[in-house]
Design a protein around this ligand. Structure first.
Ligand SMILES: [Zn+2]
Length: 214
C-alpha cells in the first residue's frame, strides 16, 4: 500500500468521494454521468489557424469537477482525466501522431496565485500514458487576460490577440496538439495556433477535456 495514499487519497473527480486503495479515477456511478462532447466542426465564419481538434466531454457534465481542478487546489484530478482521454481518444491521437503536446500557458501572475497550471498538469499526465512529449516552455502568455466569461465573442477575439508569444525554436515541430481543460469559442486555441504557425509549426490541433456550448 502506498503510504502517501493515506494522506492524499485518490478522489473521484466528479463526486469527491475517496476511492478504494485498489482503484483510481471516476467511480462507476460517476462514469455514467460523463457526457461525450459532439464532434468538432470547423465553422467557416472567422479565420481559423488550427487544423482541427477534439474535446472529450460536455462542459455541463464536468463543470463542477473542472472548477475544483482549477480553483480549489485539485491538480491531482489531471491523472483521472488523462486516463479517460487515453481510453477514449487514443485512436485519434495515434492516427494524428503529433510530435508534441503544448499546454495552454497561464500568465506568470496567475500561475503564482494558483500554484499550478491545470493545462500543464493535464498535458504531463497525457504524456505519461501516450509517450508523446510535452513542451511547456516554448509558449508564454504575456498578457494577463480578463476572465473570458466576462467578455462577448468579439471581445474575446480582440482580448486574445498578442496574448501569447513563442519564445523557443519550434520549427522542428511538424504537428502540435494544444492541451487545455476547456474549449469555449476557440479564441485561445486560435491565437496560439497563429503564433505557432507563424514560426514554422506545420499543423496545429487541439485536445481539451471539455467543450462548452453546442
Ligand atoms: Zn464519483
Amino acid at each position: 500500500m502506498d503510504i502517501l495514499k493515506i494522506f492524499f487519497p485518490d478522489r473521484c473527480p466528479l463526486c469527491e468521494r475517496v476511492r478504494p486503495f485498489s482503484q483510481t479515477g471516476f467511480c462507476p456511478e460517476c462514469n455514467l454521468k460523463l457526457e461525450k462532447a459532439k464532434e468538432f466542426e470547423k465553422e467557416n465564419t472567422d479565420k481559423k489557424y488550427y487544423d482541427g481538434g477534439i474535446s472529450l466531454y460536455t462542459y455541463e457534465s464536468v463543470n463542477e469537477s473542472l472548477y475544483r481542478f482549477k480553483y480549489m487546489n485539485r491538480p491531482e484530478y489531471a491523472k483521472s482525466y488523462a486516463e479517460k482521454i487515453n481510453d477514449e481518444l487514443k485512436d485519434w491521437l495515434l492516427s494524428l501522431a503529433p510530435d508534441v503536446l503544448i499546454p495552454v500557458p497561464l500568465h506568470k501572475k496567475r500561475l503564482i496565485k494558483r500554484g499550478y497550471n491545470q493545462a500543464r498538469e493535464l498535458a504531463v499526465e497525457i504524456s505519461k500514458l501516450t509517450s508523446i512529449p510535452v513542451n511547456e516552455t516554448c509558449l508564454k502568455r504575456v498578457v494577463n487576460t480578463a476572465p473570458l466569461k466576462l467578455l462577448n465573442r468579439e471581445e474575446r477575439g480582440i482580448n486574445m490577440k498578442k496574448a501569447f508569444i513563442v519564445v523557443e525554436n519550434v520549427v522542428n515541430f511538424r504537428r502540435a496538439v494544444i492541451i487545455d481543460d476547456i474549449f469555449t469559442t476557440g479564441s485561445t486555441i486560435n491565437a496560439i495556433s497563429k503564433e505557432l504557425k507563424a514560426l514554422g509549426v506545420k499543423e496545429v490541433y487541439f485536445l481539451t477535456l471539455s467543450r462548452a456550448g453546442k
